[in-house]
Design a protein around this ligand. Structure first.
Ligand SMILES: [Zn+2]
Length: 237
């Protein structure tokens, strides 16, 4: 799927699980998800749903912050055996989830930096960017992302669930690739077979453009109406 479809799948995916995990404890992490956590989780999950493709140097997301994201992508490509290899495996999802969870326990600042990075990637993937002017695009994205990240921070968000949202977003990416003709080696490094190769619809073909992307968009709208208690959130006058 295209970047924007992956990003949308992250938003819809997070919104879809919120009612099920709301108020529960999972692996010692608490899921007290208020409106702020729902918004943050959706954006983080959207960013995480694009993370696996950072291993490709010409992917839109890799260019989000110029050299910064390109270098990060280069490291991922090198460490995980090339494009659509290790970054497209449950091993990578579990590794990212664990690293982020530990990061969240260790440093509040590290969490904020990571959230900033993921939201920036998410916005880029969702289409907030100027294809023709990378430098301006990076600056505008960084300012918008910083505003969102700071706003969420000021709202006193509890990010204990962050690692789970990241792992979940990464896994959603695999499904996105597998329902198109791209195979994904989900059991890498143990079994390198690309599952789902040559099955499904064409990336950015009519099915994706006319069915998948519109359905995901409707999903975001339905989720936004259903999950938030709008009368209490909106001002009286
Ligand atoms: Zn991919």
């Amino acid at each position: 799927m295209m970047g924007h479809s992956h990003a949308l799948s992250g938003v819809v995916g997070w919104m879809a699980v919120v009612p099920f995990v709301q108020g529960s404890e999972f692996l010692g992490l608490s899921f007290e998800l208020g409106p702020g956590e729902i918004v943050a989780g959706s954006l983080v999950c959207a960013g995480a749903a694009l993370l696996p493709d950072l291993d490709h140097k010409s992917a839109t997301v890799t260019k989000t912050y110029g050299k910064v994201t390109e270098t990060l992508g280069g490291i991922l490509n090198w460490a995980f055996g090339g494009h659509r290899m290790g970054t497209h495996s449950f091993f990578f999802a579990a590794l990212m989830g664990t690293i982020v969870t530990l990061l969240a326990l260790w440093s509040e600042l590290a969490v904020q930096i990571f959230v900033f990075l993921l939201i920036g990637i998410a916005l880029q993937g969702l289409g907030f960017g100027l294809d023709k002017n990378r430098a301006a695009s990076g600056v505008i994205n960084a300012l918008g992302t910083a505003a969102i990240t700071l706003g969420l921070y000021a709202a006193g968000l509890n990010y204990t669930w962050l690692g789970v949202a990241v792992a979940f977003g990464v896994i959603l990416h695999f499904f996105g690739d597998m329902i198109t003709k791209m195979g994904v080696p989900i059991f890498w490094p143990f079994w390198k077979k690309r599952i789902g190769q040559n099955q499904g619809f064409v990336t950015n073909g009519p099915v994706e453009q006319k069915v998948v992307t519109p359905l995901l968009t409707v999903g975001v709208i339905v989720g936004s109406i259903y999950l938030f208690d709008w009368p209490t959130l909106l001002p009286d006058h």
